[in-house]
Ligand binder design. Structure first.
Ligand code: ITT
Length: 197
């Protein structure tokens, strides 16, 4: 079964392929499926934005479509950057610029608790929709550590791994990450549906 991932983020496609391909799904990016669509993420929750992205691509193909909306929620910043994680330092800002802005805002904060949150929307070719969620808790470091991953990974210290997400191998990160958990919840729901058919 083909799954088109409604994203322009290549790292997300890689993480999703790594999890779903061993299970027999053929995972491709929207670009590989020949779909070029730019959607405005106007929702005020991760779930709404995941559905907005998935529906835009589902209208243009006959395959299953998966979209993820995710972000970093920092306790001392009342949950920011949250749904604005991608555009936190303005449109087109690099990962490093986003990290620098966050570290500046966190300069005087003692409470370093944060969580990554993901909502995944999955749409079947017949229009049936599923939404799942995953979260992972950690702490915001005072400076970046590690070169793997993307986004805020270098400043997100995972207590479960004992290192930052940017120091983890992809498999290690996937096993406990917000996206990994939302994907595994999706896999369980998909399996239940497919087993019934
Ligand atoms: P698409 O909308 O095309 O899927 P995006 O990168 O803009 O790609 P989001 O709208 O979901 O994705 O924005 C999430 C932002 O949150 C992302 O750009 C990163 O800065 C951050 N983020 C999400 N997941 C992350 C992860 O696993 N590690 C580090 N940062 C992450």
């Amino acid at each position: 079964m083909n799954i088109v991932v409604a994203t322009k983020n290549k790292n997300k496609v890689l993480e999703i392929s790594k999890m779903f391909e061993p299970l027999g799904f053929n995972v491709m990016s929207q670009e590989e499926a020949g779909i070029d669509v730019d959607v405005e993420e106007t929702g005020d929750t991760f779930a709404k934005n995941a559905l907005i992205k998935a529906r835009a691509v589902a209208m243009l193909c006959d395959d299953c479509v998966l979209a993820d909306d995710s972000g970093l929620c920092v306790e001392a910043l009342d949950g920011r950057p949250g749904v604005h994680s991608a555009r936190y330092a303005g449109p087109g800002a690099t990962d490093l610029e986003k990290i620098e802005k966050l570290l500046l805002e966190m300069q005087d904060k003692m409470n370093r608790k944060a969580k990554f949150v993901t909502n995944i929307a999955f749409i079947f070719p017949d229009g049936h929709e599923l939404v799942t969620q995953g979260e992972v808790s950690g702490k915001i470091l005072k400076e970046p550590v590690g070169n793997n991953g993307f986004g805020y990974d270098p400043i997100f210290y995972s207590d479960e791994l004992g290192k930052t997400f940017a120091q983890a191998e992809m498999d290690e990160k996937n096993a406990i990450s917000h996206r990994g958990r939302a994907l595994s919840a999706l896999y369980d729901e998909l399996k239940e549906i497919l087993d019934k058919e």
